[in-house]
Design a protein around this ligand. Structure first.
Ligand code: GSH
Length: 222
């Protein structure tokens, strides 16, 4: 039996969505974020980094959502979730880009925003100024480039999905999380194609079922 070590409000929602699309039996072991929004220490007993998602499948314990998505499609997909030949490169790129480039940029923006708020009140004005400058110099330009690239890709895609095929592939399971987070919880100017894409993900029956099973998740908003 596949077990998903699932943290509330987290990337592991993408694994539940995939498992529902593949119609596989699985078990969810739920973990709650601490008041500091971190994963609880019990996850360290499953994997040395103690972050979610992690799956166990027989004697395999696997972390890193991209690796989990590729493993589940290859080992248990029965041909589902595989891109068309013409979409092989797009699938490869967006599967890795989601966590390799996009998420770090989003997270950098989040840190620059939150750092002054966590500081003692008397140094907040200085930090606001410094982190505001960093956000302008580093994050805003990068976010604009990232969002334009994704918007242009979705505009030219032959279908709703990143690899241009009839069904979601690994690239979609990886890209849906950052895109829905950007739509639901950021002030970045997200383009119409990205919004349409997030809506299409949320309309999948498998996604809805995964959402019910996963519990608290703040980003399923259109
Ligand atoms: N690149 C990893 C990121 C894993 C990760 O940072 N997960 C977050 C949940 S979205 C987490 O466990 N955060 C809690 C913590 O860092 O303590 C992946 O895609 O699996």
């Amino acid at each position: 039996m596949i077990v998903v070590h699932h943290l509330n409000n987290s990337r592991s929602q993408r694994i539940l969505w995939l498992l529902e699309e593949l119609a596989l039996p699985y078990e969810i072991k739920k973990y709650e974020r601490t008041p500091e929004q971190l994963a609880p220490p019990e996850l360290l007993a499953v994997h040395p980094l103690g972050r979610s998602p992690i799956i166990t499948d027989g004697d395999v314990t696997l972390a890193e959502s991209g690796a989990i998505v590729e493993y589940l499609i290859a080992k248990h997909g029965n041909g589902k979730g595989v891109p068309p030949y013409s979409g092989y490169i797009d699938n490869l790129y967006y599967t890795h880009y989601a966590e390799g480039s996009l998420m770090p940029t989003i997270f950098q923006g989040y840190l620059f925003d939150v750092a002054p708020k966590k500081a003692p009140f008397f140094i907040r004005p200085v930090l606001n100024l410094a982190f505001g400058q960093l956000t302008k110099m580093l994050v805003q330009r990068q976010m604009q480039q990232n969002l334009s690239m994704i918007e242009a890709h979705l505009e030219k895609s032959k279908s709703t999905w990143f690899a241009g095929g009839p069904e979601p592939t690994a690239a979609d399971y990886q890209m849906a999380f950052p895109l829905e987070a950007l739509v639901a919880a950021s002030s970045y100017p997200v383009g119409p194609k990205i919004k349409e894409y997030v809506k299409a993900v949320h309309e999948r029956e498998a996604y809805k079922t995964a959402l019910k099973k996963g519990g608290e998740y703040a980003y399923a908003k259109n």
